[in-house]
Structure formats: C-alpha cells, structure tokens
Design a protein around this ligand. Structure first.
Ligand code: QAP
Ligand code: CO
Length: 169
C-alpha cells in the first residue's frame, strides 16, 4: 500500500487521455488499493488514476459518510438516460484543492464498468454518486470540472494555485 502524490491543476499531465485496461490483474488491483489509500488519506470521495499520473482507465469512489462503501470502476462507460434532466452540484476536486464551483451534469445515467475481479457490472446511480462518476470519468479524458466554468473564474483559480505551487517549491 502507498499514498501517491496527487497532480494539481494546471499540471498538463492532467490533460492526458487514459488508456483502457486490457486485463484486470494483480498490478491493477495494487493500483486500486493505492488509489483508495490515497483518496481516503486526502480525504476525498473520488479519485481517477490520471490524478496520480497513471494513465489507465481506473476510478475509485466512496461517497459514504463512514468511508466504508468502496466502488471500483475499470474502463467505465456512461450512457445518459435523460439528456434534458440536469443536476447542479458544487463540485470540488483533489487536483483543484480549496476551490468549489457549481457544475451542471445529467442526473440520470447508467454506468457500465469492470470491477476489481474483472467482472462487468452496471449501475444507475443517483445524487452525489452520479455526479462523482461523471466527474471522475472526465479525468480519464483529460477534463476537469474547472473546464465547465467561466474562463475568468478558471484563470483566477489557476493563478492562485500556481502561486501556491511556487511558494511550496
Ligand atoms: C470529486 O472530489 C467530486 O478542495 C471528488 O481542499 C467532488 O474528493 C465529485 C477535496 C464533489 C462530485 C462532487 C477537495 C479535498 C476532495 C478539496 C473530492 C480539498 C480537499 C475532493
Ligand atoms: Co477530480
């Protein structure tokens, strides 16, 4: 087990498109374990492999209060069930620490993915889980929640984080 470093906006590596996992083997299960450890330590409710600079299509999520309902999504695919029904949520991101902005996304989706055993499963999540899965799948495509807000807000967040990163260096 290992806690891994989380890339922060505007790191260009967050713009990488992740590659599908060909086989769910022990290496992938180790990656999943490290991602959970990193996410729970943060603490966060969702983490995509992209955020730890591993460009494979792997996401871990746990939106439960007690942090006892881990969900693994390998090669996730989303189908929008009602394109007109949108849900607004104040999103944050471990890669954009300290900033929250309202994002609008489809409320009714179906997710199909592989679990840590390589078994395909489908889910029709609602509420926060539906938001979180879409946010994490965006990471696998190099997209961040700040891409949905105004250029002015995004620039302000980028400048503040760049300044923090300079002070840390
Ligand atoms: C994605 O985000 C998400 O700014 C997961 O200082 C968030 O786990 C999807 C975090 C909200 C839907 C709604 C953020 C921790 C954690 C911060 C997270 C921070 C410390 C974010
Ligand atoms: Co995120």
């Amino acid at each position: 087990m290992a806690i891994l470093e989380i890339l922060e906006f505007p790191d260009p590596r967050l713009r990488t498109t992740a590659t599908p996992v060909a086989e769910v083997n022990d290496e992938i299960r180790q990656l999943v374990a490290d991602m959970f450890e990193t996410m729970y330590a943060a603490p966060g409710i969702g983490l995509a492999a992209t955020q730890i600079n591993v460009h494979k299509r792997v996401v871990v999520i746990d939106v439960s209060e007690a942090q006892d309902q881990p969900l693994v999504f390998i090669n996730p695919q989303i189908e929008v069930l009602d394109a007109e029904l949108l849900h607004e949520y104040d999103e944050g991101c471990l890669s954009v620490p300290g900033f929250y902005e309202t994002v609008s996304r489809p409320e009714r989706i179906r997710v199909t993915a592989l679990d840590a055993d390589g078994q395909e499963f489908s889910l029709e999540p609602d509420g926060l889980l539906a938001v979180c899965i879409q946010h994490e799948l965006d990471h696998l495509n190099g997209k961040l929640f700040v891409d949905y807000i105004s250029t002015m807000k995004r620039q302000r967040i980028r400048k503040k984080l760049e300044k923090q990163h300079r002070q840390q260096a």
